[in-house]
Design a binder for this molecule. Structure first.
Ligand code: OXD
Ligand code: MN
Length: 602
């Protein structure tokens, strides 16, 4: 391997080599294969970060924003062919196809390693190989995992520094044991060609290889790849849960606090819900954020406790405003990396749905001139911010607590224009697992492919479960058997529409009204009516005071239409059948019981 003299990086930067021989051997092996110009051992320091930002600006990988308007913030434009997760090119490479199950693309590990090695051969010639040590989880949590990501992208390094706890902390936690558990992640941009784009997971080796993309969800290997796909595989083996869930705290004016975890599919409002500001009517109530995307949960003393393994937010930008999410706006007002938003003439960022008038002129996410008359969107619908969670004014005080926060309620939710009411509660844990297993949602721009198509997305984990979905359902059922004080389980739908196609519920901060009912149920003070699909609030069980909403809309959004539900139940059965016999008997029974409950009310 040709190593250039130490011009890049300058001395003292990028030389944080860990002592663990297993890491050194692995980096050596990947460097021999990819033939980089340099090896850069990231330590995550401010000095290193400034250096890498400087280099990125020189290479036009980043543009400097108006530092008065958005201090220490930068804009990155990705290749237009590389703007979202690619589920069709994402693989789970378990030794057998059955282990990956019916919902994952599977490819044989040996053949896949050979194919990827072929693609990686010489792929970093003329480039720098960065080694990023990081941990997922608070430093003193038993659930925390160590990962190392090799990448040839500075953008990845800059993002990983925000999204994870990176550097020395990981090296220390790993220690010198050559048999310690750690995740090996290899990423190369190659030539950003969709034909050579593969995101491959080898759960049995705790390894990930991602090539051909620079988009966050495909390349920040800590996130979807480790924290969810590999994470869920490890969680099953080790008896915990890795879930696509936000975690929030709700505190009453009397100081009583509950924590709630909620699984909504990508780009369905997890960040907004996690940062909710209660309307004026709920004076004294406080909502705080533990996490906005991923929850790792373990059973302790019969209760479920959750940590957020991440250290930052990688959120969808369009639609974010002081009206929809003031805490997100405050979070991204500084120290933020923006990807694929528009740039205004005065060096500020802009996107569809931002407060105020659109600018008269801007440069769109592709780098073209844009005016309000343009047919194209100024910001890509999946444009993103990467921002440290510490920027969030509503961050929860226990976000660093290694033991996690106790979860009182779990919420599942999708984007459904019809059928599914605003909120309902499961009768028990197994029924709750059924609600999660049968949830469906309209697809969004977070993944390439059609947008707005209703698909089943169990527990919002369809693209992220790293093993057989039938075993995943069974794991959820088994966890329930270990819980003597289980969280109550709910389903919500903020997106139901009326006959004229308008949304029936105002959403955003007003979702506090639903959250309040959920908390009331946890406190055993909230009223509910028994229905075939679960416990439903009647309109007077919800606190709707000072809400400008038509009573007809409330009745409509809480209603269950028997005909729609016959179709829904048939859809559940069809979905379970499509999984080819892997669904646990207990969930098939839930399906029968649901149908029987509807028959009883006729
Ligand atoms: C995300 C996603 O980026 O779910 O969080 O796509
Ligand atoms: Mn997500």
């Amino acid at each position: 391997m040709k190593m250039s003299p130490a011009i890049f990086p300058p001395s003292g930067i990028g030389d944080a080599r860990p002592a663990n021989q297993a890491v050194l051997d692995w980096v050596d092996e990947i460097a021999k294969l990819t033939e980089p110009e340099n090896i850069f051992w990231c330590d995550g320091s401010d000095r290193e970060n400034e250096f890498l930002i400087g280099e990125s600006l020189k290479e036009n990988l980043l543009s400097k924003l108006n530092q008065k308007k958005v201090p220490r913030s930068y804009l990155h434009r990705s290749d237009p062919n590389d703007v979202a997760r690619v589920e069709q090119f994402t693989f789970v490479c378990t030794p057998t196809k059955e282990e990956a199950g019916p919902t994952n693309n599977w490819s044989e590990p040996g053949e896949t390693y050979t194919k990827l090695r072929g693609l990686l051969k010489g792929a970093m010639r003329g480039r720098t190989l960065f080694v990023i040590p990081y941990i997922m989880g608070p430093p003193d949590s038993p659930l925390t995992k160590v990962g190392f990501e090799i990448t040839d992208s500075k953008y990845v390094v800059l993002n990983m520094r925000i999204m994870t706890r990176m550097g020395e902390i990981a090296v220390k936690r790993l220690g010198n044991d050559p048999n310690a558990e750690w995740n090996r992640g290899v990423h190369s941009l190659l030539d950003i060609n969709p034909e050579r784009r593969f995101i491959c997971h080898f759960p049995q080796d705790n390894a990930i290889i991602s090539v051909g993309s620079g988009y966050g969800g495909n390349v920040l290997l800590s996130k979807k790849c480790l924290a969810l796909r590999i994470g869920s595989y490890l969680a099953r083996k080790q008896g915990w849960l890795a879930e696509h869930m936000l975690i929030l705290g709700v505190e009453s004016p009397e100081g009583k606090k509950h924590y709630v975890a909620a699984a909504f599919p990508s780009a369905c409002g997890k960040t907004n819900f996690a940062m909710l500001i209660p309307p004026d009517h709920f004076k004294g109530w406080k909502v705080t954020t533990v996490g906005d995307d991923i929850a790792w949960m373990q059973v302790r003393d019969g209760r479920l406790y959750a940590i957020n393994p991440e250290n930052g937010y990688f959120g969808v930008v369009p639609g974010t405003s002081y009206k929809s999410n003031p805490n997100a706006m405050r979070s991204i007002a500084h120290d933020t990396l923006y990807t694929n938003v528009a740039l205004t003439d005065d060096g500020d960022v802009w996107w569809e749905g931002k407060d105020g008038e659109p600018p008269a002129h801007a440069i769109d996410w592709r780098g073209n001139d844009w005016t309000p008359n343009s047919k194209e969107k100024a910001a890509h619908p999946n444009s993103r911010f990467t921002t440290p969670m510490r920027n969030n004014p509503a961050i929860d005080s226990d976000v660093e607590k290694g033991g996690g926060v106790p979860i009182s309620a779990i919420i599942f939710g999708g984007r459904r224009g019809d059928t599914v009411p605003l909120v309902h509660e499961a009768f028990d844990w197994a029924h709750g697992v059924y609600l999660g297993a049968t949830m469906a949602s309209e697809t969004t721009a977070a993944a390439t492919g059609a947008v707005g198509k209703v698909r089943h997305d169990p527990m919002a984990m369809l693209p992220f479960c790293g093993y057989n979905i039938g075993d995943y359902f069974q794991h959820w059922l088994d966890i329930g058997k270990r819980l003597t004080n289980p969280p109550l389980i709910f389903n919500v739908n903020w997106f139901r529409k009326g006959v004229t196609g308008q949304f029936l519920w105002p959403g955003f901060g007003e979702n506090m009204r639903v959250l309040k009912w959920i908390i009331d149920r946890c406190e055993q003070t909230g009223g509910a009516l028994k229905s075939p699909i679960g416990w439903l609030p009647s309109p007077h069980d919800l606190d709707l005071a000072e809400l400008d909403i038509d009573h007809k809309c409330v009745a409509e959004i809480l209603g269950i239409d028997h005909e729609e539900w016959q179709k829904e139940i048939a859809g559940h059965k069809e979905f379970f059948d499509s999984l080819g016999g892997v669904v646990p008997e207990e969930l098939l029974e839930q399906s029968e019981q649901l149908a029987a409950r509807f028959k009883e009310c006729l």
